[in-house]
Design a protein around this ligand. Sequence first.
Ligand SMILES: [Zn+2]
Length: 75
Amino acid sequence: MECKRLERYLSRYLEGELEGELKDKVEEHLARCSSCARKLHRLEAITGILRGLGPVEPPENFVSLLSEKLQKETL
Ligand SMILES: [Zn+2]
C-alpha cells in the first residue's frame, strides 16, 4: 500500500473502523513505514485532545469560582 493511500485510512483505523484485510495492510504498512507511523501518532494525539475536550459540563459553580479567582488575581 502506498503512503498516500494509507493516509486516507488512518483516521478510520484510529476509530477502529477498519476490519480484516484492510486493517492488516494498514498495520503492516505502519510497522514498516516510520513516516506513516509518526503521522498516526500525531493524529492519535490530536484526536485524543479533541476527545478530552469533548462535551464537558462545567461545574455548577464554575462562574463563581472563576470570578473569585479573577478577583484574587486582580487584588
Ligand atoms: Zn508510509
